[in-house]
Design a protein around this ligand. Structure first.
Ligand SMILES: [Zn+2]
Length: 509
């Protein structure tokens, strides 16, 4: 591929993972246990709409909590973190001695903790309670991949819910949740009823296998549960995200390639121009092939270099055809050969268990030939670069068009069922409707701000940026000026501003 390949690679540093702990709270029969999980709020910055377990980042004070039978001080502080988060988020106090407290006493302990009157260590000491490592069975340690702006190195623990304590959602973090048979929780994910990150799905599936002696070993049976990098992320059955390092627009450092299908499969946007990353993808495809599955085609959402940089390698190695919208094919002429054109409304049927049926949508805005793909039953939308999981979307004229873009977002909004949105960059979004609404209101607010700036005398995109983009880093001002141009074109068409001689804009009154 063109320039992207010869680009000097400047690697932006992904953020450093922070220590965190999560609790897989279980109860009931050891052969058919129940697990407590809950859906994260739709507007949270990290994993909005995902099903998850209680947990959070380690506090400095967690190191002061004594934990009996812990291997070392590091393990002790992570157990303290897990116990504190479990208590703060669900009101469950997994400490020895807690059974002798009345419900009212537990409430006042919680109140002392959350109000900051006493630290967790002080409270445990005051009431004669003890944390014991034997109550916290290690269940692996997962590191959030670099495609996420927030990253955690999360220690998972399985904790049996203490008798006579009933978890309840105490924080804003979760909007609904409860006990569920682990096997049913896993099946609901299989039926596309909810979305969750790989460690959570791995946990419910493992717990569904029973609370056996070898529980920890079964948790650790996948390398990602031992801090190995997570390169393939199956957010929904058959929708695997493979974030690959690309020369893309910060803060993103990767572009998501999606491998979709539960039997034969399609590869969307193999974008990395870097050989080591291309090899990561090829290795995955070879593994699937070895398992008897066939790659059918490479599909492109649009022509940007960070979405097509790995096409040729994949085409050659697996003898695949490449499909895209006609307008994308035209842009790629002389760079990447497109063998098949995809039209609005075309249906891609991928047999398997479950089967996947992707409907192509022509959704211009970011580029003219931009395609999105939607599976109604799965509630899954591949949104390309129209809506992304990290950073913002650039509408850059001439290929970018604000009016088209808003119309495309409106089409997304009207989709009948949305469980997960898979953008071209960053983590998937488990609250697609809230995310799309946020994008629409952000665009409309920008438009109002730009119009106000022109009314206040700003006459060029640069002057508008200086007035209206005070929240944007000066480094990004050149890009912002292009985005402003896109808005000014629309405002001009709307009759709200006009371009005068010399190119300066003024507001129509
Ligand atoms: Zn793009």
């Amino acid at each position: 591929m063109s320039e992207a390949i010869t680009l000097q690679e400047k690697r932006p540093a992904p953020s450093v993972p922070k220590d965190a702990a999560a609790v897989v709270l279980v109860r009931g029969d050891a052969r058919e246990p129940e697990v407590f999980w809950a859906r994260r709020g739709a507007r949270l910055a990290f994993q909005p709409g995902f099903y998850a377990f209680p947990g959070g980042q380690r506090d400095e004070a967690d190191a002061e909590v004594g934990v009996e039978n812990a291997d070392d001080s590091e393990a002790a502080s992570m157990i303290a973190c897990a116990a504190r988060e479990l208590f703060e988020e669900l009101g469950v106090l997994a400490a020895r001695g807690a059974e002798s407290l009345t419900k009212g006493q537990r409430e006042s302990v919680l109140d002392d903790l959350t109000s900051g009157r006493m630290s967790f260590a002080e409270l445990l000491g005051h009431y004669g309670l003890k944390l014991d490592a034997r109550d916290f069975r290690p269940a692996g340690r997962w590191v959030t991949p670099p495609f996420s702006p927030r990253r955690f190195d999360t220690h998972f623990f399985v904790v049996r819910c203490p008798a006579k304590q009933e978890p309840r959602l105490l924080t804003e973090e979760f909007d609904e949740g409860g006990w569920e048979r682990a096997s049913e929780a896993y099946e609901r994910w299989r039926r596309f009823e909810l979305m969750a990150a790989p460690p959570v799905i791995h946990a419910v599936r493992t717990v569904a296998g029973g609370l056996t002696e070898d529980l920890t070993e079964r948790f650790l049976s996948v390398p990602q549960a031992r801090r190995e990098p997570v390169r393939r992320i199956e957010f929904l059955p058959g929708f695997v995200c493979v974030p690959l390092r690309t020369p893309t627009k910060p803060p993103a450092t990767t572009t998501n390639c999606y491998v979709v299908g539960t039997s034969d499969f399609v590869i969307f946007d193999p974008g990395s121009p870097y050989e080591d990353e291309q090899e990561v993808l090829s290795e995955f495809v070879r593994e699937l092939q070895d398992g008897g599955r066939r790659p059918l085609e490479i599909v492109l959402t649009h022509q940007h270099p960070d979405h097509v940089g790995g096409v040729e390698r994949l085409r050659e190695e697996f003898g695949l055809t490449v499909a895209a919208h006609r307008l994308t094919a035209e842009e790629l002429e002389g760079k990447v050969r497109v063998d098949r054109l995809i039209k609005e409304g075309e249906l891609m049927e991928l047999e398997g268990d479950p089967s996947i049926r992707l409907r192509a949508m022509h959704t211009p805005g970011h580029t003219r030939g931009h395609l999105s793909f939607y599976d109604e039953r799965a509630g899954a939308l591949l949104s390309g670069d129209n809506v992304v999981g990290v950073g913002s979307v650039l509408i850059d004229p001439e290929e970018g068009n604000v009016r088209d873009y808003l119309a495309s977002l409106e089409r997304y909004r009207r989709l009948p069922r949305l469980v997960a949105l898979f953008g071209g960059h960053g983590p998937a979004v488990g609250s697609p409707s809230a995310k799309i609404d946020e994008y629409v209101s952000h665009r409309l607010k920008r438009e109002r701000d730009i119009l106000a700036a022109v009314r206040a005398g700003a006459g060029t995109p640069e002057e508008v940026v200086a007035q209206a983009y005070t929240d944007v880093h000066p480094k990004m001002h050149a890009l912002a000026a292009r985005a402003v141009s896109a808005h000014l074109i629309k405002l001009e068409e709307d009759g709200l501003v006009r371009r005068r001689e010399g190119g300066r804009f003024t507001a129509n009154t």
